[in-house]
Ligand binder design. Structure first.
Ligand code: NA7
Length: 571
């Protein structure tokens, strides 16, 4: 029986399931299946949303605490980001010996990566290995998307319902929903009329896509576009790339893993992990970081240093000097170097000019891309570049799309258009806290939070790598491990002290959001329209969401806990 939410409030408020009458009453437009609601009898200590790297480790830690846990995962397997982003060329931009769990010494010793920068299939294999090794699957319900998460003040518990009808009541909810998990599909007119195939890089079909003999359009030149374009170009008959903003990209110089280096790291993995945790982004301690400003270096010396880091590949380039993200003059020297590299690689000067960011575009302001023959790809005759910066895509047509008055025909179009980052997945769930406040209302002026871990008015709800924490500016697994361990210590503390709830104090959260933006303002990071600011989503409040600087952040979190969870309200 499906009825409107208003009509069933009395019925369901009598059921022990963690939802209050008032909460459902407010969701006047929601339809609820009564049979499913009446089956809501699962009770756990901790409900975890998402079975990516955050959710998997959280589950493991909750079990270690001796508590019960349930994970709901929308996909039919573990891996999160690496489950969904199966586009050709998908690869991690952090080196594999660093982009892996450190919490288990044996796990990190036994797993063998094949490449310096691991491909998506291998990371997914690793995620599955972890799930098997720690017997995680028995507490994960796959193909189950959480739709509602409501706080019940009477019981001090969360009620969670899903699209399958499976429901659960929990003392704690941990949102391990990932930072880049809600695909941004721009509202292109006519897209439904296009007769060909449309794929988003973040929702790639499991069976893959056969590009052989096809005319392909790719929209977007962020990391996903830059990784996939060279691979798609190898497979298809004709490729047209629609670029709104050119991007800086550094060659990854990927290859088989250097076995000597691997042996060195594994000989003292714990020390290697510690060194990386001391880095601003939690990675790259051994990538030639030069802890000096570029000021004072002669042009030739500076270029030699950039060249050395360019040859190392990847993010190492931005480690050439320590002031590249705080001093525009210094940053300008780095971007001039990359501009020259693009000009040297791309044969056609007009294409090279289009692919080159304008001189004022700060390098590193948007997350820098790592590529394998990206710029070289444009030297192939069957690869074309269309600038849509001044003439946006007007409309899709039944046979392709139109921009600048020109029609382009395709068999398929790839949207490499990114994500509603950091907040998108959370705000798409109907999350309601104290007084039935919706998270979307609490975050109408940006994601108010304390330490990126909690939102005022949403007790016992934690966000792993949430906005306000270093998250996407770090090696995500380092940030995830830090958060999971902090959250499990916190839950343990509550149990040990006989307390049942913790929630962020509003004043602490307000101060924290200011702090995150003050820190960002000391750098060049807020100078462009990046997804860190929410600037890629029309209408999204422009607030710098991640906190720059992992080591001071981790110290702050420790201090807060040691001071009896200062800034939180414990009850
Ligand atoms: P990104 O980095 O957000 O890139 C999205 C790209 O799509 C970017 O080039 C956008 O141009 C472009 N885009 C978005 N909307 C449109 C429209 N309407 N028309 C034309 N072009 C558009 O997402 P990715 O998936 O590549 O990477 C996300 C992160 O994943 C990355 O930073 C790594 O951390 C891993 P814009 O630059 O906004 O002008």
């Amino acid at each position: 029986m499906v009825v409107d939410g208003f009509e069933i409030v009395d019925e369901i408020s009598n059921i022990e399931h963690g939802f209050s009458k008032a909460r459902w009453g407010r969701r006047a437009t929601t339809t609820v299946d009564c049979e499913k609601i009446s089956n809501m009898n699962d009770e756990v200590d901790v409900l975890i949303v998402g079975a990516g790297f955050g959710g998997m480790y959280m589950l493991h830690k909750v079990r270690e605490l001796g508590l019960s846990a349930q994970v709901f995962e929308a996909g039919d397997g573990v891996g999160g980001t690496w489950y969904w982003n199966r586009y050709p060329g998908a690869r991690c931009d952090v080196e594999s010996l660093e982009y892996s769990y450190s919490f288990d010494a044996e796990l990190q010793q036994e797993w063998k990566w094949s490449e310096r920068y691991t491909s998506q299939p291998e990371i997914l294999e690793y995620a599955n290995h972890v799930a098997d090794r720690f017997d995680l699957r028995r507490d994960i319900e796959f193909s189950t998307r959480v739709e509602h998460t409501h706080w019940n003040e009477a019981t001090n518990r969360w009620g969670v319902s899903t699209d399958t009808g499976r429901t659960c009541s929990a003392q704690f909810v941990v949102m391990a929903t990932g930072c880049l998990s809600s695909a941004n599909v721009p509202d292109f007119p006519g897209i439904d009329d296009f007769a060909g195939e449309v794929y988003h890089t973040g929702r790639w079909p499991h069976e893959g896509v056969d590009f052989a003999g096809k005319r392909v359009g790719v929209i977007g030149t962020g990391s996903s576009g830059i990784q996939s374009i060279p691979v798609i170009a190898e497979q298809c008959a004709d490729l047209t790339v629609f670029q709104r903003t050119p991007n800086y990209s550094i060659p990854a110089h990927n290859g088989s893993i250097d076995s000597q280096y691997e042996a060195e790291v594994k000989a003292d993995y714990a020390e290697f992990r510690d060194e990386n945790r001391q880095m601003n982004g939690g990675f790259g301690a051994r990538s030639g970081f030069h802890d000096e400003p570029s000021i004072g270096y002669a042009e030739e010396e500076r270029r030699a240093r950039f060249e050395q880091q360019w040859q190392r590949g990847g993010f190492a380039f931005m480690r050439a000097f320590n002031d590249l993200m705080i001093d525009d003059t210094s940053n300008a020297t780095a971007r001039a170097f990359v501009r020259d590299k693009i000009a040297a690689v791309v044969d056609d000067p007009e294409t090279a000019a289009l692919l080159t960011p304008v001189p004022t575009q700060v390098i590193g302001c948007k997350r820098i891309c790592l590529d394998t023959y990206y710029f070289e790809t444009y030297n192939h005759d069957h690869v074309h570049l269309v600038d849509v910066s001044t003439a946006p895509i007007e409309t899709f047509t039944p046979t392709g799309l139109r921009t600048g008055g020109v029609e382009y025909d395709f068999d398929c179009v790839v949207l490499a258009t990114g994500f509603d980052a950091m907040t998108g997945t959370l705000t798409r769930i109907d999350i309601r806290g104290v007084d039935d406040e919706a998270l979307t209302d609490a975050w109408s002026a940006g994601p108010v939070n304390y330490l990126g871990l909690q939102v005022p008015g949403f007790p016992n709800l934690f966000t792993i790598t949430g906005p306000g924490s270093p998250s996407v500016l770090t090696n995500m697994i380092v940030a995830i491990e830090h958060h999971v361990e902090w959250i499990s210590d916190c839950i343990e503390h509550l149990a040990a002290t006989g307390l049942s709830t913790i929630s962020a104090a509003p004043d602490a959260a307000a101060t924290w959001v200011d702090h995150v933006n003050d820190v960002a303002d000391m750098t060049l990071m807020p100078t462009c329209n990046s997804w860190y600011l929410g600037a890629n989503i029309p209408g999204k409040t422009r607030v710098f969401m991640p906190l720059i600087g992992l080591p001071p952040y981790a110290e702050k979190c420790t201090e807060v806990a040691q001071a009896g969870y200062e800034g939180f309200i414990l009850a």
